[in-house]
Design a protein around this ligand. Structure first.
Ligand code: NAD
Length: 425
């Protein structure tokens, strides 16, 4: 039976409480418990039914949500998801995780998330624009550059952010590009945003290898999922000298112990469509999708969907490090087994935080009217990611906990410190 993501988010908070208690004074213990309870609910949760006129003249209705989880450290920040499985619980859980992600990388932002229950494939482009505008108009008095800053998430993109920004600006009568991030460059987007998540992951891999004394050329890496995140990660990690030995998509994967060239793979993927076809045409070893997590590699980087590593397949894993580029790729049960087997799991809240970090740089550029070049974005991203990794590695060593627990201790403590200072508890 699958567990609700909100239940998981609550369990994670309960699990971090005993580790936090020794970090607060005796007189603050009851405030700490109260803060943990407050953090189980979003500060504000908005929901509505949006109506648009379809191309055939009929009225179409959609449930829509925005969860504003916590803004103790700065404006709410988080994407908008268009998916048929969006639910109140899911949006609340995702907004909670955004609070931890922005805190882990120490951005002056909080956590939020939005969603519409819709299968966007069933809408025409005209209907999709109407729905995006209707959502942005409904949300206009609840968000803004100093309040809540949405961004793309599953099935939303720069084009949708452009429509939403336009609807917002028309409604408030101001130019305010810092209200939405993930915009095209022409409307105030940032260079480096497209590759940011994969790039952040590659910086973490490089730093992690250095810390463990691994030489890149001798470190083999398997990447599950070759979309935006997986493809950029593979390309940049290869550029840092790591040996990418396996990659996959939903059709399955390919494996070559001597290494693969990600840019060559991108060309083949465009020509042939799937890794299954590439394996057949180029005579490379094929790995079935459900066996991919077990490929022979030092590092396994899941960059596809949630629940890729479960209690059912965790015994196949031979990697020493799992680098969570996707959101929630490892179930709690599977992680417990990995940790017991001394496999390091670098958690999603750190490993894929490069995306929100460059979104933050986009917001900073919009607020200052400045434009950064690629070098500035890249150097700033590297600094942020490595500082966060070092802080987590410190807590991990000091408290002898997993990297995920260390990341949660760091993030939840930062948020609670801000709540205390504001006098919320
Ligand atoms: P995407 O849609 O561009 O790519 C996903 C890839 O996964 C596709 O290549 C797809 O074929 C593949 N895939 C699907 N099922 C698979 C399976 N069973 N085995 C192997 N591959 C499979 O999505 P993306 O933007 O690259 O996001 C990937 C993950 O990273 C998601 O979990 C997303 O939430 C997370 N993430 C993305 C960003 C970002 O900036 N794009 C930021 C943070 C987290």
């Amino acid at each position: 039976m699958s567990v609700s993501p909100l239940t998981v988010a609550h369990q994670q908070l309960d699990a971090v409480l005993p580790a936090l208690q020794p970090l607060f004074s005796a007189s603050d213990q009851s405030r700490l418990t109260a803060a943990i309870e407050l953090l189980k609910k979003p500060q504000r949760f908005h929901e509505t039914t949006l109506e648009i006129t379809g191309d055939d003249g009929s009225t179409k209705s959609f449930r829509a949500f925005r969860s504003q989880h916590n803004d103790a450290r700065g404006p709410f920040k988080g994407g908008i998801r268009f998916h048929q499985q969006v639910s109140e619980d899911e949006v609340q859980a995702l907004s909670t995780w955004m609070t931890w992600k922005t805190a882990v990388v120490d951005l002056p932002l909080g956590g939020g998330k939005g969603g519409i229950i819709v299968d966007p494939k069933t809408l025409s482009s005209n209907e999709l624009q109407k729905l995006s505008r209707a959502y942005a108009e409904w949300l206009a008095d609840k968000i803004g550059p100093q309040q809540d800053i949405p961004a793309p998430d599953v099935n939303t993109n720069g084009e949708i952010m452009s429509w939403m920004l336009d609807a917002y600006e028309k409604k408030v009568g101001l130019h305010a590009p810092g209200t939405y991030t993930g915009k095209p460059l022409e409307l105030g987007g940032s260079v480096g945003r497209t590759e940011a998540t994969g790039q952040g992951g590659a910086f973490i891999l490089q730093h992690h290898a250095e810390r463990l004394g691994w030489k890149p050329a001798e470190t083999t890496v398997a990447v599950q999922g070759f979309g935006n995140v997986g493809m950029w990660f593979a390309r940049l990690a290869h550029g840092f000298g790591f040996k990418i030995v396996a990659v996959s998509d939903s059709s399955g994967g390919i494996y070559n112990a001597d290494g693969l060239d990600p840019q060559q793979l991108e060309t083949w993927k465009q020509e042939m469509g799937s890794f299954q076809k590439i394996a057949a045409e180029k005579n490379i070893t094929f790995v079935a999708a459900d066996e991919f997590v077990g490929v022979q590699a030092d590092v396994l980087a899941p960059a596809a969907l949630e629940n890729a590593i479960t209690a059912d397949n965790v015994s196949q894993i031979v990697a020493h490090t799992v680098l969570e580029l996707a959101n929630g790729p490892t179930t709690p049960e599977a992680e417990a087994i990995l940790v017991k087997n001394n496999v390091i799991v670098i958690p999603d809240v750190l490993a894929n935080a490069g995306g929100v970090t460059v979104s933050y740089y986009e917001w900073v550029q919009n607020l200052s009217g400045d434009q950064w070049n690629a070098e500035r974005v890249e150097n700033s991203l590297r600094d942020k990611m490595l500082t966060a990794y070092d802080s987590i590695a410190d807590w991990q060593e000091r408290l002898e906990v997993s990297y995920r627990q260390a990341a949660y201790i760091l993030a939840v403590k930062r948020v609670i410190d801000a709540m205390f200072l504001r006098g919320w508890v």
